[in-house]
Design a protein around this ligand. Structure first.
Ligand code: GLY
Length: 346
């Protein structure tokens, strides 16, 4: 029998994450009362999207499929605008809903369309990548990218429920799965060190994903709007988002996070905290992920200036006071930031 795991996300608008093989059966339960649902998807997951469409049709919900470009190419104002036009033409009302089928970029876009259509309609992400399952689909952050940076325009808009379609991972190349594990490694360092011991173990993937979902669910249950605790999920992301921008989104999020985790560990060491640099590097390297980067520091520093944790001209970083003890630290010493980057390049 197939294992289905249900994880609760708390807060003012609680919902359930359903994880397992063939989980689209749970979709109609999240959309009771909807007459119409748009299914936003990318070509690479058209199979999973058609399962979702059939589940909707079976319970009498009119399904409108909307195909959009894959990855960050889909997270644009132009693509969101095309989705709004389809919803307008189909007469979507406040009781109708959005379903997003795909990886993290797709569910960010679908959530953004849901958050903005009629100032907010119900939505359900069906995550088909590790990044989507352990991060993007959970916690109600929705966004598109603009020229100034990644995720700079968006809204907090919790979903009605989340589906994590594990069967979709089987068709992904190992390198792509490993890139998704960068976010899982992050969860290990910030909250659940047992994760770090499971990395690379055969058949550990479902447990790694479940543990990481529980880390994320626990954090966002306490702090949906990132007024404090939620910032810990940004461990490694300050440099990562800058790399993605400087590379014009040709670097995968997972690869950028991998480098960003090493940079954060180096910053921790340089600020007198416990030294997790070699542990971080060797774990990520064992997954074939990049642990160094060689772009121009000035460009990266400029990109980091619009990091959402920044306050005025000061950058704030999530560092580790100890294993599973993250803390947000303001670093004003520009020399230290540059030195950490030199160490990363070395
Ligand atoms: N991806 C970080 C967060 O959801 O807060």
């Amino acid at each position: 029998m197939e294992t289905i795991t249900r994880i609760q996300v708390g807060g003012d608008q609680p919902y359930e994450v359903v994880m397992g093989d063939h989980v689209t059966f749970a979709l109609p339960g999240f959309l009771k009362g909807a007459a119409k649902a748009a299914v936003i998807f990318t070509d690479s997951v058209s199979h999973d999207a058609s399962h979702a469409v059939h589940e909707l049709i079976d319970v009498g919900i009119e399904a409108t499929p909307i195909e959009v470009p894959d990855a960050e190419a889909g997270k644009t104002l132009e693509v969101a605008g095309r989705c709004w036009d389809v919803l307008g033409a189909a007469g979507f009302t406040r009781s109708d809903a959005i379903v997003g089928v795909g990886g993290g970029a797709l569910t960010d876009l679908a959530g953004f369309v849901a958050a903005t259509w009629l100032r907010g309609v119900r939505w359900v992400p069906i995550a088909t990548s590790i990044n989507g399952m352990v991060d993007a689909a959970i916690g109600g952050k929705t966004a598109i990218n603009i020229a100034a940076g990644k995720n700079l325009v968006g809204a907090f808009h919790p979903p009605a429920g989340v589906l994590c379609e594990l069967s979709a991972l089987r068709s992904l190349p190992q390198a792509q799965l490993n890139a998704g594990l960068a976010e899982v490694v992050k969860c290990g360092f910030i909250a659940d060190p047992a994760i770090l011991g499971l990395i690379g173990k055969p058949d550990a993937l479902p447990e790694l994903i479940e543990r990481s979902i529980r880390v994320k669910a626990d954090v966002v249950s306490q702090d949906l709007r990132e007024s404090g605790l939620r910032e810990i999920l940004n461990y490694g992301h300050t440099l990562a988002h800058a790399i993605e921008k400087v590379e014009d989104y040709r670097w995968s999020h997972g690869h950028a996070v991998s480098v960003g985790l090493v940079y954060a560990a180096i910053l921790g060491r340089l600020t007198g905290r416990p030294d997790f640099v070699e542990q971080t590097r060797s774990l990520l390297a064992s997954l074939g992920l990049p642990t160094t980067y060689d772009g121009p520091w000035e460009k990266l520093r400029a990109a980091m200036a619009v990091d959402k944790k920044a306050r005025g001209s000061s950058l704030r970083f999530v560092l580790l006071d100890d294993m599973a003890h993250p803390v947000t630290v303001t670093i004003e010493d520009e020399g230290l930031l540059a030195k950490a980057y030199e160490d990363l390049r070395a």
